[in-house]
Ligand binder design. Sequence first.
Ligand code: GDP
Ligand code: ZN
Length: 357
Amino acid sequence: MIEQYGWCDELRLAFEPHARAGYRPGRIIVQQREANLVVTDVGTLSARLSGRVRHEAREAGHPAAGDWVALSANVGEGTATIHAVLPRRTAFVRRAADSVQTLQVIAANIDVVFVVTSMNADLNPRRLERFLAAAWQSGARPVVVLTKADLCEQPEGQAAEIATLAAGCPVLVVSARQGLGLGGLMDHIKPGETCVLIGSSGVGKSTLVNALLGEERMATQDIRATDARGRHTTSHRQLILLPGGGMLLDTPGIREVGLIDADAGLSTVFDDIERLAQNCRFRDCGHTTEPGCAVRDALDGGRLDADRWAHFQKLGRELAALDLTKDRTAQEVERRRLAALQRAYRSSKKDLRDPSF
Ligand code: GDP
Ligand code: ZN
């Protein structure tokens, strides 16, 4: 049962101390304010947080859909208590609206992020860069999905342009209207892996979700659970098994994780610029009037697009402003974790990258 949800040897190892304490593993499929719904090998349970987890959540963020947890269960009642959250491999995190100190996890343990954008007149490369940066920042593998190919004169040309922005991640072209390229998405999700779709409203995410779920949608969308008073309630499932294996995590919050919250993601999307800057004569080059500036040189020679450079600088300033309000230690830990994940991902993708890049 929980194998379908991605339970594996690595998790089993991380779970050992909890198993010794007599707890069972489960994965949160619906996060709600009061009780989470958790799949376990004894069915779906409605689980509350233990006092300790509730306390820890103030700093580490509340357990979220996609999290693996350790619970004590009352199987007869269909209820459980969450005693611990297993370390997250990846996470989409944002600052809570009411306090920059409070982290909010919107989705945990995501493997693949489909960054969705449409190929019609709305295509906005700058917005795509922001979504890509958010995807990198989560630690998951981004895959760009260009939708509505039927509305585009030259989908291949546009895809090639986007590929240069997307810093080596795969770029897929689909048309839901023509039923084109949809299978390509599934090729990126291995059994037991979890994907999300992010992107602006109207680009075709719901349409893609429907296509991914196919006939199964009605059967898997809603589940019944028992609340603490023994009533049956119907909940919208957030972590959904896909008919082809793998899972989709879909909540309104995850779909539009717009703004970047750390420069780890930024430097991955703009790594061509960062590489250029390494060739400047001075290490602290401000790229304005310094002699031997590789960035200015590339701008003058037309090898670096002026808009792209301006955008990079603007995002950099926004992030610098954001930095001032952040807890530096936490940020540094997170930055190092992400850098390691990105290195691992890139080395596994090396052969797909343009060697002249
Ligand atoms: P979301 O807001 O990102 O979930 O976007 P939707 O899935 O609701 O789609 C927005 C609109 O785009 C709808 O009117 C869809 O019918 C349309 N749409 C989605 N996919 C395609 C496509 O491949 N081609 C065309 N022409 N329209 C599409
Ligand atoms: Zn310079």
